[in-house]
Design a binder for this molecule. Structure first.
Ligand SMILES: [Zn+2]
Length: 77
């Protein structure tokens, strides 16, 4: 399963990475501190396929007034 994280404060400054659920940064959408989504942002997912996460993220950023950098974290290679 794949996930990505939108951080409300930093999405304009930092790349939005897609992660595999097994990644230490992601932990199935619970994040590094295993606290789940919180007021600072949210995890989107799970997506069954990496391409589904790509599509969802691209659809989401169309709603923004800004084009953030997006990428696939090394855990997806
Ligand atoms: Zn990762």
């Amino acid at each position: 399963m794949y996930y990505f994280y939108i951080n409300f404060k930093t999405f304009k400054d930092r790349t939005i990475w897609i992660h595999h659920g097994d990644c230490g940064h992601c932990k199935n959408g619970n994040g590094m501190f295993e606290s789940g989504s919180n007021e600072k942002g949210f995890w989107a997912g799970p997506f069954k396929e990496l391409s589904h996460a790509d599509e969802a993220l691209n659809s989401l950023i169309k709603l923004f007034n800004y084009q953030p950098e997006i990428g696939r974290h090394s855990c997806c290679q």
